[in-house]
Write a protein that binds this ligand. Structure first.
Ligand SMILES: [Zn+2]
Length: 56
C-alpha cells in the first residue's frame, strides 16, 4: 500500500485507521509518515460487496 501523498510504502499491519471510532471497520488508510488519510480502493470494494450483501 503506497501513500498517494508522500509515496511512503505503508506496511500492511499499519494500514488500519486507529484514530476513528469505526476501528477495524474503517475503510480509511492512515499514512504513518504524513498522517494523510485516504480510502483503500481494495477495502472499499470489499465494503461495497458487504453492503450489497447486508442490503437484502
Ligand atoms: Zn503519506
Amino acid at each position: 500500500m503506497k501513500c498517494p501523498l508522500c509515496g511512503y510504502n505503508i506496511p500492511r499491519e499499519k494500514i488500519e485507521c486507529r484514530n476513528c471510532p469505526m476501528g477495524n471497520n474503517c475503510q480509511l488508510v492512515c499514512c504513518p509518515h504524513c498522517h494523510y488519510q485516504f480510502i483503500d480502493p481494495h477495502s472499499s470494494r470489499l465494503l461495497n460487496l458487504l453492503k450489497r450483501l447486508f442490503k437484502r
